[in-house]
Design a protein around this ligand. Structure first.
Ligand SMILES: Cc1cc2nc3c(=O)[nH]c(=O)nc-3n(C[C@H](O)[C@H](O)[C@H](O)COP(=O)(O)OP(=O)(O)OC[C@H]3O[C@@H](n4cnc5c(N)ncnc54)[C@H](O)[C@@H]3O)c2cc1C
Length: 450
């Protein structure tokens, strides 16, 4: 069974690595011939770090960045990530290229083929078409970003609208770095956000209600300095821009993540504002949900219907991400002074209520995201010297139980435990129950024993 993944962004690379780890034949087709160092995302949230931990990559990634445990939304309204029940109670500030490098190395080490300079132009029933020829495929995953050729080829609509125009982006050096790792604020008609890459460069996003220009209008550093000063009180001695651009932010989501043997994941399936830093994270989490299901069907022990749960589990999460990042951006850009004062007062007060703070932190970090029949399974220590997310590195289900079942050692990792818990490869709980119910649960989730 051959899978072709279109796009070697973070979503496609994670997916390809997982499929290769499961022994599945996987080829990635990527238009770019080399990596770009002009990174887009720079925040990796806790749930994504848990997924990377389940692939043995989290500690290496954490070493590349700066953890932030209090996330400032605007003014004094902050979300406390430090109380999250996870090994990673923070947002990791690190450039997207660090994430992509780790995922690419892993995918190649595990045997995925990555073909660069291959621009996908369309699909045929049994193949993905590039300018140079046809690549046979039983399954195709379009992880080819916001202008997805795969989405286009299957005629999937991408409904939505632009939420914000003329956002300015600048990658700069600063003479005086901000005191907080992330500096963000909105004052009057100006909004600005500054984050470090960790190598001396900083990313600035800013927006000026009074200067709405097309994406193609030239941008100079003086304009970025001016808006930043109005929003944050200083321009931090901004100099040496290596990237200046204007962009607009859309909110769009495809209605179906699956059409026959073609799947859409990451930005190909959903886009939204950069507020909350959720785009890359959501794509990586899509990939973690889809990869083990595709591998299980390819290995022949799961029915095709398992692949439909990709839509039922991930589409609602995509819709939630659109709502939350859209809500954040609209709150940040409120027009009237009175509305902004109300937002700051109410936002600050609400986030002092522990349950509301937990909900906000859970949503933005992904830690609070459960699927209806499969809640997130937190990491647990497994005496004498292991833990659940280390066992998940085998890419298989993990059964925690007082004794090992017979006939499943090709699909299951077993660990001694008082309670019966079956954990999916993506770190969600498939089943909890009793010894009597175990054989039925194993058949339901893993097929008949060998
Ligand atoms: C300015 C900016 C800032 C952002 N900040 C954040 C942030 O802080 N946190 C966050 O989580 N997200 C952020 N995002 C969003 C994040 O960058 C994306 O959500 C993420 O890159 C999506 O990953 P992906 O793998 O789905 O798609 P992409 O990263 O877009 O990868 C798609 C890949 O497919 C390739 N491709 C495209 N078409 C073809 C074709 N026809 N044939 C072959 N290959 C093709 C492309 O070359 C590309 O390599 C930001 C985005 C922008 C624009």
């Amino acid at each position: 069974m051959k899978t072709v993944v279109v796009g070697a962004g973070p979503t496609g690379l994670l997916l390809a690595g997982d499929l290769a780890a499961a022994g599945t034949d996987v080829t990635v087709l990527e238009r770019r011939t080399s990596e770009s160092n002009l990174t887009r995302a720079f925040g990796v949230h806790a749930r994504t770090l848990e997924h990377l931990d389940a692939r043995g990559l989290a500690d290496e990634l954490v070493a590349t960045g700066t953890p932030v445990s209090r996330l400032r939304l605007f003014n004094r309204v902050r979300v406390d990530l430090g109380m999250l029940p996870t090994r990673f109670p923070f947002l990791l500030i690190t450039p997207q290229y660090h994430v992509e490098r780790l995922l690419e190395r892993r995918a190649l080490d595990l045997g995925a083929r990555i073909v660069r300079g291959a621009t996908v132009t369309g699909l045929r029933g049994d193949a993905v078409l590039t300018e140079d020829g046809a690549h046979p495929a039983d399954y195709v995953v379009g992880a080819d970003g916001v202008h997805s050729a795969v989405r286009e080829a299957i005629g999937m609509p991408f409904p939505g609208k632009a939420v914000l125009r003329s956002i300015m982006l600048a990658d700069v050096r600063l003479t005086d770095a901000p005191r907080d790792v992330l500096a963000v604020n909105a004052v009057g008609d100006a909004f600005a956000f500054v984050a470090p890459f960790g190598d001396g460069w900083f990313r600035v996003f800013c927006w000026d209600r009074l200067a709405q220009r097309p994406d193609s209008a030239p941008l100079d550093l003086d304009e970025v300095r001016d808006v930043t000063r109005r929003a944050l009180g200083t321009d931090f001695g901004m100099r040496e821009a290596r990237w200046l651009s204007r962009f607009h932010s859309d909110e769009r989501q495809v209605p179906q993540y699956r059409q026959g043997n073609v799947f859409l994941a990451g930005d190909a399936a959903h886009v939204h504002s950069p507020a909350g830093g959720l785009g890359m994270n959501t794509g990586l989490q899509d990939a973690a949900n889809l990869s083990w299901k595709l591998a299980a069907v390819a290995q022949g022990w799961a029915p095709d219907g398992l692949l439909d749960t990709y839509q039922s589990e991930r589409h609602p999460v995509g819709a939630l991400v659109l709502r939350s990042s859209g809500g954040l951006i609209r709150l940040a850009m409120l027009h009237s002074r009175a509305a902004r004062a109300g937002r700051n007062l109410l936002g600050g007060a609400l986030l002092h209520v522990p349950t509301i703070m937990r909900k906000a932190a859970g949503t933005v970090s992904g830690i609070g995201i459960d699927y209806p029949d499969a809640p997130r399974q937190p990491d647990v220590p497994l005496p004498p010297d292991s833990r659940l997310y280390e066992l998940l590195r085998a890419g298989r289900h993990v059964l925690l139980a007082p004794s090992a079942p017979v006939g499943y050692d090709d699909r299951l990792t077993y660990a001694l435990n008082d309670r019966f818990v079956l954990v999916r490869p993506d770190g969600h709980t498939a089943w909890t129950g009793t010894e009597r119910e175990l054989p039925v649960a194993l058949r339901r989730h893993l097929g008949p024993p060998r």
